[in-house]
Design a protein around this ligand. Structure first.
Ligand code: AVI
Length: 330
């Protein structure tokens, strides 16, 4: 049973969170959007995930960037000066490789990280300026992750030379295909012909490797998934009994995506006081919390071409598990 929230009960909560939760828990099957993962605790857990032995994505992409940074920067610059922007920069840990290569090439570089978190951006700005002299960091707080990406706008920066926009880390995989295309088109709109876009995508591989990456032995991904409910308990005054929700990571081969769900292990009723909402769960009923699309070789290049980027180069690792694709704005 659901009861609509009265305006008086929602004044002190984040309306975006409230709206997403109300809508998601009223859906059948129930779902919650993946951007809800990233409160402070969720962001810390995600950082931990990137270090796990099973989570090959981060270290594989880092390996590609480490060996190709010089080539990427030189191709993107195309003989001109280069500035670098990054979507969803977070701590910008892998980006250093490219920034260092750009500083080696041209002495200085302007770096514009775009992220929803002002504090993450501030931390990254201080660290990068301290660790890589020659980088000027111009952060932009912007949310491009919610909904269909319609809030995202990359402004022309008035810099001379070429611009390279990074969207690495397989984050594009967390968007539905149509929203992913919309995001790529938006990036293209903010660029000038000759500028470049670097996209990092995770590729389809054997099921066991994929499932282990999203269901690690130490249980960090399970904690990351369940943290969503911890967040609802604290932000929406809910009473989810966290341990009764099982973390499930499933490979959906038809849709070419890893899915994460939380499955209620018993029939239970949950109250979300701040939303004046009561939600019933049947035994085994799930909340779908994330999709992580895996691409076939060549697919990211096709998407980029459709968005107005001519494929310039693609780099993969030895096992062909991850691809980093460079496209040039046509
Ligand atoms: C942020 N994103 C690319 C991660 C992924 O692999 O889809 C989030 C994640 N979910 C579970 N583990 C990591």
């Amino acid at each position: 049973m659901s009861v609509a929230a009265s305006p008086a009960t929602i004044v002190s909560i984040d309306e975006c969170v409230a709206e997403a939760v109300r809508e998601g828990l009223a859906s059948r099957p129930k779902r919650l959007p993946a951007w809800l993962f990233y409160d402070a605790a969720g962001s810390r857990l995600f950082d931990e995930i990137t270090e796990l032995p099973e989570y090959y994505l981060t270290r594989t992409e880092r390996g590609i960037l480490a060996s190709r940074a010089k080539e990427i920067v030189s191709l993107a610059a195309d003989g001109a000066r280069l500035s670098i922007a990054e979507l969803g920069a977070g701590s910008a840990e892998k980006t250093r490789l490219l920034l260092k290569a750009a500083v080696e090439r041209q002495g200085t570089v302007v770096y514009e990280p775009v992220d929803v978190s002002a504090s993450a951006l501030d931390g990254a700005r201080k660290r990068i300026q301290r660790e890589i002299p020659g980088v000027t960091v111009a952060p932009r707080v912007m949310d491009y992750t919610r909904g269909d990406g319609h809030k995202f706008r990359l402004e022309r920066n008035g810099q001379q030379g070429r611009r390279l926009v990074l969207y690495i880390g397989s984050s594009i995989g967390n968007f539905e295909p149509s929203a992913a295309m919309q995001l790529l088109r938006r990036v293209r709109t903010g660029l000038t012909t000759g500028d470049s876009f670097l996209l990092g995508v995770d590729l389809v591989k054997d099921k066991a490797t994929l499932q282990n990456a999203y269901d690690d032995a130490a249980g960090v991904t399970a904690a990351f998934n369940r943290n969503l409910l911890v967040r609802l308990n604290s932000e929406l005054d809910a009473d989810f009994d966290i341990e009764t929700f099982l973390h499930c990571a499933v490979w959906n081969s038809k849709k070419s995506r890893m899915e994460m769900h939380l499955a209620s292990q018993s029939a239970q009723r949950v109250r979300l006081e701040a939303l004046n909402l009561t939600v019933d769960f049947a035994r085994g009923e799930t909340i779908h919390t994330e999709n992580s699309y895996k691409y076939r070789p060549g697919q990211a290049e096709e998407m980029m071409a459709e968005a107005g980027f001519a494929p310039a180069a693609t780099w993969t690792d030895e096992r062909g598990w991850f691809a980093v694709c460079l496209g040039r704005a046509r």
